[in-house]
Design a protein around this ligand. Sequence first.
Ligand code: NAP
Length: 316
Amino acid sequence: MKLWLTRPMPPEVEARAKESFDVDIRASNDPLSADEMRHALRSYDAVMPTLGDRFQADVFADVPDARCKLLANFGVGYNHIDAEAARAHGITVTNTPGAVTDATADIAMTLILMTARRAGEGERMVRAGRWAGWHPTQMLGLHVTGRTLGVIGMGRIGQAIARRCHFGFGMDIRYIARSEKSLGFKAIRDESLQDLAAASDIVVVAVPGSPETHHLIDAQVLGAMQPHAIFVNIARGDVVDEAALIAALQAGQIAGAGLDVYEFEPKVPEALIAMENVTLLPHLGTAALNVRTNMGMMVLDNVGAFANGDEPPNMV
Ligand code: NAP
């Protein structure tokens, strides 16, 4: 089994890959070019792609007799891969669900708290030497305890965020999902995005990126939110119409936003950077060594099962 890891991995993952497979490890952290993707399909039995590697229908069509039979994605989100086109070319796609859930929920909490309590703005003030001292009406933010959280996409990560907000902060939970969820706490499933937006103090997006969820959050949804409410996205950038989000923030339709992902990542619009009430993180959702190690181990589990002729545990 000739395997290509398309990015440097945590040491334990690289060590296990070298023990178990005939592995090449690409030194660059840049997304694969079209030439590199074609090389991947031609030259390896299994390839580990990740965010930014756009394995779309045209790439598969360019290599009709691909040696590669497995794209073992590093990450739960695989919207950069056209999984249907891969299947049509006899290529299996796997991902790494579960390993990412708690860490990404924690980043959602970071964004909720930083945005609600104006932590980024306050930090910038202190660092710039502009803080003149405490006073009773200084930098008043949104007190999150006891508020209503609206979760768009009540899957693994959405539920982990809801649990943290409900049990940790006494919040009421509302959600949107394609199917009814049986949760260990009370939660209202809304009929429409507008209903959820209107009823929530904090709205968090946790749906996968896909053609169906592209611009799911548009001017109408943002317009239905309350002026004191904050909006958080830890899912994928293009789930949100970024121009509509900027307009809603500039018009004061919502109080602030916390973002881990961007529509044209890694490009972050100047308009967002200019606004003090927006928290901007560089896609940190799973950025912790043991999480990235666990994700890499899941990739190798998928490759190992495939190599043994078994069904990989995390087929998409
Ligand atoms: P998941 O368990 O599959 O949950 C996805 C949820 O979205 C499910 O509740 C699903 O509903 C719902 N959903 C899907 N399409 C929908 C639609 N069109 N309308 C309404 N709801 C829809 O996935 P997950 O593990 O929680 O991960 C979610 C996403 O987070 C990933 O796909 C990835 O893009 C992103 N992510 C980001 C980071 C980061 O670093 N920021 C890290 C990890 C993941 P049903 O349950 O009814 O099917």
